[in-house]
Write a protein that binds this ligand. Sequence first.
Ligand SMILES: NC(=O)c1ccc[n+]([C@@H]2O[C@H](COP(=O)([O-])OP(=O)(O)OC[C@H]3O[C@@H](n4cnc5c(N)ncnc54)[C@H](OP(=O)(O)O)[C@@H]3O)[C@@H](O)[C@H]2O)c1
Length: 248
Amino acid sequence: MNLEGKVAVITGSAVRIGRSMALALAEAGVDICIHYHCSHEAAKLTCEEVRARGRIATYVSADLSDPVTASADIFAAAMTQFGKVDILINSASVFENKGLSDSTEADWDSHLDINLKAPFFLCQRFTEQFQPGQTGHVVNIVDWRAQRAGKGHLAYRISKAGLVTLTECLALELAPVIQVNAIAPGAILPPPGEDLSYLDQRVQKVPLQRAGSTAEICRALLYLLQSDFVTGEVLTVAGGEQLTAGLE
Ligand SMILES: NC(=O)c1ccc[n+]([C@@H]2O[C@H](COP(=O)([O-])OP(=O)(O)OC[C@H]3O[C@@H](n4cnc5c(N)ncnc54)[C@H](OP(=O)(O)O)[C@@H]3O)[C@@H](O)[C@H]2O)c1
C-alpha cells in the first residue's frame, strides 16, 4: 500500500508504543485518529506532534471495556474528521500478571473486553465504512506470549491468543480487500509502574541480549503496511525471546 494520504485509527496511541506508531505513520504520509482512554494531555501532545509532521490528526477518548459503544464512538469521530479509514491498528491493551489462584472474573472481563472484543468490534466498524475499490489493513498488536505456554499473565495470554486467531480468521474473511496481520513484540518498554530493572531481568533470557525499541516495532508495522502479499501473519519482534518459552 502506498501510505501517502491514507487514514489510520490507532487505539491506545497517546503514549508509549502506540504514540511511536502514530508518529512513524505520520512521517510516512498518513493522517491519524488517535484513540486514548485516560491520557488526555498526552493525546493532545501526540496530535500536535502528528500535525508538526504535516499530517491531519484528531483524538477521541473511549473506554474499550465497553467495546461496542467505544468502537462506534471511535469510528464516528474518525469518519467525521476524515470521511474514511484505511488502516486500523489495535494496540490498546491491559496487562495483569495474574495466574490460576488470583485471577478474578473482573480480570477476565477486562482482558477479554479490551484486548479481544474491542479489536473485533473495531474491525466490524472498520469494514462497514469501506467503499468499492478501497483497500486496507488491520494490524493487531499481540505478544509472543500469545503463542507459547508459560506461567502467569493467564487472562492476558489467552486474550492475545484469541487476537492471533482473530487475525487469521479475518485475514481469510476480508481478503483480498483488507490484509490482516499482527505484530508480536517482546521486551520493548517496561509495563506502566515498572522501572528499567524489569527489562534488565527480561533481557537475560533474550538471545539477542537486549531489549527492543519502539522504532523496531514501527519498522515491522511499515513493512506489513507496505507489503501487498502478506496476510494472516504474526511478525514476532522479540530478539528471539519466543524461543525460550517454558524457561520463563
Ligand atoms: N511494552 C512492551 O514491551 C510490550 C510487549 C509485548 C506486547 N506489547 C503490546 O504492545 C501494545 C502496546 O504496548 P504498550 O506497552 O505501549 O501499551 P500500554 O501502555 O500497556 O497500553 C496502551 C494503552 O492502552 C490503553 N488502554 C488501557 N485500558 C484501556 C481502556 N479500558 N480503554 C481504552 N484504552 C485503554 C491506555 O490508554 P490511556 O493511556 O489513554 O489510558 C494505554 O496507554 C499492547 O497491545 C501490548 O500488549 C507491549
